[in-house]
Design a protein around this ligand. Structure first.
Ligand code: SF4
Length: 562
């Protein structure tokens, strides 16, 4: 079975009219945004730039995304997790379990491709892994090899979203293959324009589709060489797994190694690739090592052991792994870039306790879940008890009963509830992993004080975020990042805390030791290891800014972000 790569121009027009007809996208959106504002949104976005259609589509995409902002934390969003299984008769079931372990990396869609008797089978869908797959579907995915994907998406509308759910499958003169990708190509716009100029027709808005076209154009007869040729043209972040109809599995990571990818082995010899080791644990595979930056690993029946080769173009390996995986994205039980995420976060908390102690504090609490381990580190270092001052609801879904009238801090209250018994009359240290827009932090501080906290001292287990990410993480536009606009004291006042401190960048680097040069810190420094092409930067920034503008014009009384 193969994906058709077809119809771009007309589908853009259809998509546009479809978006406009379906505007506004949700009942909730109608409730908070009155008609004049809805019209204003359209005017702003459609008259904004040279590419009117794209802007309107972008705007609509983001309008739908408002629902998501409403429910999600004020945090950057991970974009995807990948899995590859080779040599196990239960491949699809193992892949399902591994995807489940990676669900925190993307909840918008999931998919799987398996191979049996030179036939590729694929199932993709929107929603959680458990929404997309059931026993019946897994029965339709036979074979001893599989690749899988969980997707976080900024794209909208279910029809276009489904098309963008991976793995993608394509046919070429050399046979069919599937690919699943975590990351973001910073030269995607250039490559796509070049490929379209030569007659390629795209059917999705995903950057991953350029890989299929680059490989389809390659004349190399050996699959691994076609992957290498494609990778030589790609710039940016990619951890990818491929599967072919003739039984090869390939895992490859970009020369900077922005996004993680690990390899493990089951007792029966089956090889497992995954974004994080928590997925290996889930399928009882032993962690062997990372797929190194710039490395391509091939597994097939020509060798007992995986074969490895390295990319030398566009440049040799030069590790710049995403430090944010250790701060927020990865699960604490994972080993990422060779280090325990739990140990990193604990150490971040200890550093905060040493560098920014709070005299006479009574209790240390966390913003759950991502602040918990750093809070434990802070408490351990100071000797002040850690308690559960905020309880997180794990049952907030994408559908909920809308409030009949506006409730203050409704979005945060859906997810977090304060524990009065822990907080009342106390001098509280609250530890969070990061501050992005600052809006959620201010609601948390208010919530803690309303629950009786005498003082609230906020400690952040990362340096201030001052720049957007172009390597596969969905951060707001730079203007929206509070640390880009305000200094620490201004942020403290904005969020209403009694004191505020961030993890100092220098201590942070000291902790990583000689390894510190192997990490990307661009969102804290604005110094990017690799700049996106101008088109790409504009496109990403426009999309982010259209959300920002939209949130701004919603007007006073309505939170600017949710
Ligand atoms: S810019 Fe930030 S989020 Fe993006 S890869 Fe670098 S460290 Fe990670």
């Amino acid at each position: 079975m193969a994906t058709n790569i077809s119809a771009s121009a007309s589908s853009t027009t259809n998509l546009l009219s479809q978006r406009l007809l379906s505007f506004p996208p949700s009942q909730f959106y109608k409730n908070i945004l009155t008609k004049p504002y809805q019209q204003q949104c359209l005017l702003i976005t459609s008259s904004n730039k040279k590419n009117r259609a794209a802007m309107v589509v972008n705007s609509s995409r983001k309008l739908i995304n408002l629902d998501q902002h409403y429910l999600d934390d004020d945090k950057p969003k991970e974009e995807c997790g990948v899995v590859g299984i080779y040599g196990d008769p239960e491949a699809s079931r193992l892949c399902y379990l591994a995807l489940h372990a990676l669900q925190h990396r993307g909840q918008e869609g999931a998919g799987m491709v398996t191979v049996e008797n030179k036939a590729i089978k694929s199932i993709t869908g929107i929603g959680l892994v458990s929404d997309v797959f059931n026993e019946l579907k897994l029965d339709q995915l036979p074979g001893d090899m599989a690749i899988g994907h969980v997707r976080y998406s900024t794209a909208a509308g279910s029809s276009s979203m489904l098309k963008n759910v991976q793995p993608f499958v394509a046919s070429s003169k050399f046979g069919s293959f599937g690919v699943a990708h975590n990351g973001n190509f910073v030269n995607y716009q250039l490559l796509r324009a070049e490929l379209e100029g030569k007659g390629s027709i795209f059917s999705t808005t995903s950057d991953t589709e350029v890989v299929l076209h680059l490989m389809a154009k390659s004349k190399a007869r050996i699959f691994a060489l076609r992957v290498l040729e494609a990778c030589e043209k790609l710039q940016g972040a990619y951890s990818m797994v491929f599967v072919t109809e003739d039984g090869k599995l390939v895992a490859v990571r970009d020369p900077f190694g922005f996004r993680p990818l690990v390899m493990g082995r089951r007792k029966n010899g089956a090889i497992v690739f995954a974004s994080e080791t928590c997925a290996l644990d889930m399928v009882e595979a032993t962690y062997e090592r990372e797929v190194h930056p710039g490395e391509m690993v091939l597994v097939d029946d020509t060798s007992n052991e995986p074969q490895s080769m390295y990319l030398l173009k566009p440049h040799p390996p030069e590790p710049k792994s995403c430090i944010f995986e250790h701060i927020y994205f990865a699960q604490p039980n994972s080993i990422v870039f060779g280090k325990s995420v739990y140990e990193s976060r604990h150490a971040f908390g200890e550093i905060l306790a040493t560098e920014s102690p709070v005299e006479g504090c009574d209790v240390v609490i966390a913003v759950p879940d991502s602040g918990v381990v750093a809070a434990l580190g802070y408490a351990a270092k100071t000797g002040v008890p850690y308690q559960q001052g905020l309880i997180r609801s794990h049952y907030v879904g994408r559908t909920f009963i809308e409030p009949s009238q506006k409730i203050r801090d409704f979005g945060v209250k859906l997810k977090l509830s304060p524990v009065r018994a822990v907080l009342e009359g106390k001098k509280v240290v609250v530890v969070d992993d990061s501050i992005v827009r600052g809006t959620t932090s201010s609601k948390i501080v208010r919530m803690l004080k309303e629950a009786g906290a005498k003082e609230v001292h906020m400690r952040i287990a990362s340096p201030p975020i001052i720049a957007s990410c172009y390597y596969g993480i969905d951060t707001p536009c730079t203007e929206e990042l509070i640390s880009n606009r305000m200094n620490v004291e201004e942020i403290r006042k904005f969020i209403g805390a009694d004191s505020l401190a961030f993890l100092p960048t220098d201590s942070f680097r000291k902790l990583l030791g000689s390894d510190h040069t192997n990490f990307c810190y661009a969102c804290f420094s604005g110094k990017y290891p690799l700049y996106p092409s101008v088109d790409m930067e504009e496109s990403i920034d426009d999309t982010r800014k259209s959300t920002y503008n939209l949130l701004k014009i919603v007007g006073p009384g309505i939170p600017r972000s949710f």
